[in-house]
Design a protein around this ligand. Structure first.
Ligand SMILES: [Zn+2]
Ligand SMILES: [Zn+2]
Length: 231
């Protein structure tokens, strides 16, 4: 499985880029989240033609800000125009995706094929409703092939749910990419010190932070410090 971040920053850390991840598994290419810095990054790395599926964790702008542009690119700028395949974890999220996209695209069905997550057995959603922002839909995701498991938290103020959803007892290699914050954020993000507890038992990489503001006592390895996870 290939895991490459297009950006590792929080909502306001534009130098680090919006947190967004390119995952290749079983010859399928997934993009998880498409914030406002993501379309330029896809263009820069020549990835936009290769993209098979988009997944969205939630509707904050740093996760959907260039989604419409990316979809329109597939229709108007590809050598072979194609509809963008967006995976949805449940009907209510699909309804909201459609509503959100209709403001930028008009007739969404002209541009987008919505694919139920059950059609991509490599990926499963973790419902984190209300655990990032009260009453807001949000999802983490687990990618699994025959050798390894990769869990990605999405924006998430609960530092425990992802760990409760993955099995440590599987013989497969397990990596967890967890969002975090260096500030106390009243449950909107996971406080970095609350992840320390899990470091003995799990291979964890932190993201959605400004790598220039790392506190001296941070113990969570950062995606931004691991070139193997960066494009
Ligand atoms: Zn975010
Ligand atoms: Zn968010």
């Amino acid at each position: 499985m290939k895991v490459k971040f297009l950006g590792t920053g929080g909502a306001f850390d534009f130098d680090a880029g919006n947190s967004s991840i390119w995952i290749e598994i079983n010859n399928k290419k997934f993009l998880l989240d498409c914030g406002h810095t993501v379309y330029p990054a896809l263009r820069k790395h020549n990835l936009i033609d290769d993209l098979d599926y988009i997944l969205i964790s939630h509707f904050h702008d740093d996760h959907v800000g260039s989604l419409c542009t990316t979809i329109l690119h597939h229709t108007f700028f590809l050598h072979k125009p194609k509809k963008t395949k967006i995976i949805f974890p449940d009907e209510s999220f699909k309804y909201n995706l459609n509503k959100f996209l209709s403001f930028g695209l008009g007739n969404v069905d002209e541009f987008v094929d919505f694919i139920p997550i059950s059609e991509t057995p490599e990926v499963k959603a973790i419902n984190t409703f209300g655990l990032h922002v009260e009453n807001m839909q949000s999802y983490g995701f687990i990618f699994e092939d025959e050798n390894e498991i990769v869990a990605i938290s999405g924006d998430l103020g609960d530092p425990e749910i992802i760990f409760s959803c993955v099995s440590r007892h599987s013989k497969k290699k397990l990596r967890i990419f967890h969002e975090m914050s260096f500030e106390h954020t009243d449950g909107v993000h996971s406080y970095y010190k609350d992840l320390f507890f899990f470091l003995d038992d799990y291979e964890i990489y932190g993201y959605h932070v400004n790598p220039e503001q790392v506190p001296a006592d941070n113990q969570v390895p950062l995606v931004a410090d691991h070139p193997e996870y960066l494009l």
